[in-house]
Design a protein around this ligand. Sequence first.
Ligand code: SF4
Length: 708
Amino acid sequence: RGDSKIADRTVDSVCPYCGVGCQLTYHIKGQHAEDERILFVEGRDGPSNQGRLCVKGRFGFDYPRHPSRLTTPLVRRPGVPKGLDPDFDPARPLSHFVEASWEEALDLAAGGLVDLKAAHGPDALAGFGSAKCSNEEAWLFQKLVRTGFGSNHVDHCTRLCHASSVAALMECIGSGAVTASFMQALEADVVILTGCNPTINHPVAATYFKQASRNGTRLIILDPRGQALDAYAHRSVRFTPGGDVSLYNAMLNVIVGEGLYDEAYIAEHTEGFEALKAHVSDMTPEAMSGLCGIDPDTIREIAREYATADKAMIFWGMGISQHVHGTDNARCLISLALACGQTGRPGTGLHPLRGQNNVQGASDAGLIPMVLPDYQPVGDAQIRSAFEELWNTKLEERPGLTVVEIMDAIHAGQIKGMYIQGENPAMSDPDLHHARGALARLEHLVVQDLFVTETAQFADVILPASSWVEKDGTVTNTNRQVQLGRAAVALPGEARPDWWILQEIARRIGLPWDYAHPREVFAEMKRGMASLDNITWERLERENSVTYPCPAEDAPGADVVFSESFPRTGGKAKFAPTRPLPPDEPVDEAFPTVLITGRQLEHWHTGSMTRRSQVLDALEPEAVASVSPSELLRLGLHPGEALTITTRRGAITLKARVDPLMREGMVFVPFCYVEAAANLLTNPALDPDGKIPEFKYAACRLGSATTA
Ligand code: SF4
């Protein structure tokens, strides 16, 4: 590329958006903080992208220099009510906040937390860390809550995406991460993709699935919606929303009934198969067909294709996890793999496609209320004692509250103060009236972020933090690859690294922290996390990426795990039988349509970064709802006309978009648009195990803006 000649320097780092973890190079013009800028981005030869990038990685790099970027600490003006103000301009926040020095802001932020703890005890405080921050920052955040606040009320957006998958994986195979990378799809004979839409949500991973298909791998896509990968699929089957558990149980029934299971594998590596066999005996394809909307013969064919493949993999996304039966969904997929011996070999495995760039790493590092780092239960005295020795303090043994439970606890008067780092619950939580009402009730809210996000508009103190392109740190992608990100440009104005801000807050609440660089935090993490054995900061500086678990400092990490045994007592995986459950809020006469929420290719989560990225926002500038052509015809609307969507919790109006991949009876809305916030409509009902809300099914009513 000729234009590389005009860059003054390059910096190698990692994409800040999705869990694929593409390695990239920033090409930068200018040598000084005042005039430097990223000119363009190129893909690097990373293990998960091999030079490829999607539109977000390639063009979504300018958000850190957006005019609304926070460059100084802010403190709420006395008397300004907390809440979203339609007239508030995040680029000119001084109508609601006043600028403060770091000393003033940090004293106020920490002082408010200390006062609430003194008055009401440790249970009055909670924190949300961020899957957008580094592993080191996630470690520090959960350490701050556990050792400073004195509780386990710490969570992050895994609770809104794959917590149910992790719950099922921990229960059945003893590990919450993938058993094989997505590159292994190239080795597989059959790949099932279910409840995921990789070309939208994991675009570079999708290129591996396309390549696998071209090489002869049979792709089987199971989803209520159609998708671009259908063009590469051997079979694409659209089932009824919420019909997943019935479909998978019917497949298990066929596999058991026709003796297609792997008897030797089951005997050597699993327990509980006899109970599963008995359990699925009445869930025949005929019995389940009405619930999942797939004819019995097709169910049989899919089951046979998966079970008789030499090597088969299952990939899933939030279409599986974001249900009140999300954990059951994942249990079924695990049972399918175990019954057919489809783990532990190249080209086999179970892979929940993780969403955020560091949701795997943040979860590993302990940003979860019921487990310490490396998923070690807080209730286990021996484990707690090891961390008490490491951190030189006593730890709370009761598990903490999860994201939605924390919002409920604020309304109940228990939680009175919060520290939120880089998360945006005023957009991402279900039933936003409830979530925003909770944020407004907090007596003290500290928000650490890049912009005055919707959540920051509720804050008492806002601390200007660092974007991914301005920091050194490690992140862990969906493949368990720990990768090194490097600061490419300077922080603007008074903004500071997240680890530095966390340390300053920690010191003010009495913790003797003294880290000089993230590498020192990483060294401490290695003392509490066996998963990082043989991975050092120096090694990452040399190699950029190392997969865990890694057997030696000079060996590559394990792309495929659990060949010999599973990390459960006795070394065997466990079958967990399930039964179909209806959605929490089935459609009815008053609300006959299924609302599904999710992401767009161009916009990331709540849009705080991508809607401030010029190219991405130009590609998708306004809120849209996707419906089938026949649905639009039925509503008497033309594409682009205003569509109102109403649920039991509220209504939004946005532009209708025709999508031939949608079925009648459903509507899809991205949750990144504050002007038509999808989560004003969503159902906060939780999966009982993963505590994840049912974002993929809410009963709604559609109408033109005038008739709804
Ligand atoms: Fe970034 Fe994901 Fe796109 Fe790769 S696929 S460039 S990690 S958003």
